[in-house]
Design a binder for this molecule. Structure first.
Ligand SMILES: Cc1cc2nc3c(=O)[nH]c(=O)nc-3n(C[C@H](O)[C@H](O)[C@H](O)COP(=O)(O)O)c2cc1C
Length: 205
């Protein structure tokens, strides 16, 4: 069994319709350690040693967050700036994260077609998230395609949120059980609610 660290950031959890419930889903998965950055560090006073220790103890690192200005809420940048130190995360002797797996689990207000060269945002999601991918690679981690929910503003009206929560549950369980086809999951534009093609088939008929 692998161990997954789900690092969550939402500056207004009381107003979150999507990420709050998704984080509840993550908390219930065996093998997942949930970390709520804004709850733990309301003053941005990040405990670097503790965060580095958490990273060392886990195999899979998930950043769960709403997409804010094509990136993550501010505390996640602060966390990266302080925790991913030279000599720990990168550099000649900075090999603590080598071989681990990293992914973003994001929710976006815009619809999928907005995330293309021809669309409203003039870029696809993976291009916009390149700083995360480059960071993962510099630290020797394997970067998987982001797990994404688009059109977040409407997701709680129908059953989209429930479908997405189930998919998140499946994804986290597959990561912990080492059942994700990493090659496929690394190459995809994003991971959505249909995960079948990214799961390693077990022998069951
Ligand atoms: C400050 C701010 C920046 C945002 N930037 C983006 C963005 O760059 N792209 C996008 O698709 N949605 C953007 N949104 C919409 C959020 O991603 C959306 O409200 C969120 O994913 C919904 O999740 P929640 O209910 O957990 O807050 C932004 C919202 C806020 C408040």
């Amino acid at each position: 069994m692998a161990k997954a660290l789900v690092i969550y950031a939402h500056p207004r959890p009381d107003r979150s319709e999507i990420n709050g419930p998704l984080f509840e889903t993550a908390k219930a998965v065996q093998g997942v350690t949930p970390v709520d950055l804004y709850a733990e560090y309301p003053d941005f006073d990040i405990d670097v040693d503790r965060e580095q220790q958490r990273l060392v103890e886990h195999d899979v690192i998930v950043f769960q967050h709403p997409l804010y200005w094509y990136s993550a809420p501010a505390i996640m940048k602060e966390w990266q700036d302080l925790v991913l130190e030279h000599g720990f995360a990168y550099g000649k002797h900075g090999t603590a994260l080598a071989g681990k797996t990293f992914m973003n689990a994001i929710t976006a207000g815009a619809k999928p077609d907005a995330y293309s060269q021809a669309g409203l945002n003039h870029a696809d999601l993976r291009s916009l998230l390149l700083p995360f991918e480059a960071t993962a690679h510099l630290c020797g981690m394997r970067y998987l395609a982001p797990f994404a929910l688009f059109g977040a503003g409407r997701a709680s009206e129908g059953n989209q949120l429930d479908i997405h929560r189930n998919a998140y549950d499946d994804l986290l369980k597959a990561l912990v059980a080492d059942r994700l086809d990493f090659e496929k999951a690394a190459a995809a534009p994003f991971l959505g609610d249909v995960l079948d093609e990214f799961l390693i088939k077990t022998g069951a008929m």
